[in-house]
Ligand binder design. Structure first.
Ligand code: BGC
Length: 409
């Protein structure tokens, strides 16, 4: 057993997103999606973070984290086009102030996959003018909350909602149209670049970036063909969007979860995004995991190295976590976390400039298409009674945050 010491000022944190925890976001396109029966179960009150945020902020203090990633819900702030809700803004201000009172820095995501219903109906990111509408909202946020925010993420993992929303149709707006996809990608990149400028005009020193869903992919069988597919996958997931925002990032935000081993099978030639099947191309699965995800700590190291070599910008791990079933004795999560942190430590020792790490997530929450089945929290949620209880991983992560070191085998 050895103790791995992390750099002084390393930012230990936890991550969440508004739609997944707040509850009651009835002006959102995702609520429409849920009502249309496209998800397993509904958010309803979720963790009721909107009302009970103080209880959850107490947990931040107990953990001893220095960093909290959360998002604000555009559909609450601008419930009608061009009309901002004073009430929602004041409520968010209270939430943000309560975090700062506890000496915790804020990493704010401006768009974590959800849009107001009016936006989705009238624009959607594929339409001309959508970037302008988005940046008007960003300008409002920066003017209202700028003094409270330490770091911004404009878009969370843009390629996920773009691919799912415009190619596979599994997320709103549910299109399967490559032209709309390409237009939306361009507009989102434009919206990011313009937001970057707006934020820096108001707050020159606040860091701005996006997050990439940066899992590690490998191919299996079929030799050269799959290698080529692997390279295309990597380009699609990282560079396609990344190249369009190259000079508009102060840091690289990485979300790392798992290994994707691509293989080809004649068994299912359909497009079925929910089951990770893309016209016969599919990825290997761990049948023991609730989302069938393969944990691959080494991949975390490869990803950090690759991102550093590619961008030479400071890296913040904006999300890393594991889905499990219900249960407080989550040994597998503790193992996952320690193994991943050991590889993160190795990357730092090899010169990769990683400044912070967020565990996803503080509490169990609404896992999009999969409802509340998969559990990612350091804290377990009883969604019926809206009560929470700490898991073993909560106490273990608190030890890490407080000691700034990780015990590794
Ligand atoms: C998303 C989260 C999601 C998590 C687990 C990330 O890609 O940002 O919203 O809950 O993955 O699936």
């Amino acid at each position: 057993m050895q103790k791995l010491q992390f750099p002084e000022n390393f930012l230990w944190g936890v991550a969440t997103s508004s739609y997944q925890i707040e509850g009651g976001n009835f002006n959102s396109d995702w609520w429409e999606w849920e009502k249309a029966g496209k998800t397993e179960g509904k958010t309803g009150k979720a963790c009721d973070y909107w009302n009970r945020y103080k209880e959850y902020h107490d947990l931040l203090e107990e953990l001893g984290v220095k960093f909290f990633r959360l998002s604000v819900e555009w559909s609450r702030i601008e419930p009608e086009e061009g009309k901002f809700s004073k009430e929602a803004i004041e409520h968010y201000r209270e939430i943000l102030q309560d975090i700062k009172k506890r000496n915790v820095k804020i990493q704010l995501t401006l768009w974590h996959w959800t849009s107001p219903v009016w936006f989705q109906k009238k624009y959607g990111f594929y339409k001309k003018g959508s970037a302008k509408v988005f940046t008007r909202y960003v300008e409002k946020i920066v003017k209202e909350f700028g003094n409270l925010i330490d770091m911004y993420i404009t878009f969370n993992e843009p390629m996920v909602p773009l691919g799912m929303g415009y190619l596979t149709g599994a997320f709103p707006p549910g299109c399967r149209n490559p032209f709309k996809f390409y237009a939306a990608l361009g507009n989102m990149a434009k919206a990011h670049n313009e937001s970057y400028r707006i934020i820096h005009d108001v707050k020159p020193d606040t860091k701005v970036g996006i997050t990439f869903l940066y899992n590690w992919y490998e191919s299996k069988g079929l030799g050269i063909l799959l290698d080529a597919i692997n390279k295309i996958t990597q380009w699609y997931r990282i560079d396609f969007f990344g190249n369009k925002i190259k000079n508009f990032q102060d840091y690289i935000g990485i979300d790392y979860y798992r290994l994707g081993k691509i293989r080809f099978s004649l068994r299912n030639l359909k497009l079925d995004a929910r089951n990770q099947n893309y016209f016969g191309f599919t990825i290997d699965e761990d049948k023991n995991n609730v989302m069938r995800w393969i944990s691959y700590p080494e991949g975390f190291y490869y990803v950090l190295k690759e991102a550093w070599e590619k961008y030479k910008l400071p890296i913040y791990v904006a999300e890393n976590g594991m889905p499990t079933r219900k249960g407080l004795e989550d040994e597998e999560r503790v193992k996952f976390m320690k193994e991943h942190l050991a590889f993160l430590h190795k990357a730092i020792e090899d010169g990769v400039d990683v400044r912070g790490y967020n565990y996803w997530s503080l509490m169990d929450n609404f896992e999009w298409l999969y409802g509340v089945g998969p559990r990612f929290g350091l804290v377990e949620m009883d969604f019926e009674n809206i009560k929470h209880e700490k898991r073993k991983s909560f106490y273990e992560y608190a030890k890490i945050c407080r000691s700034n070191e990780v015990e590794s085998e």
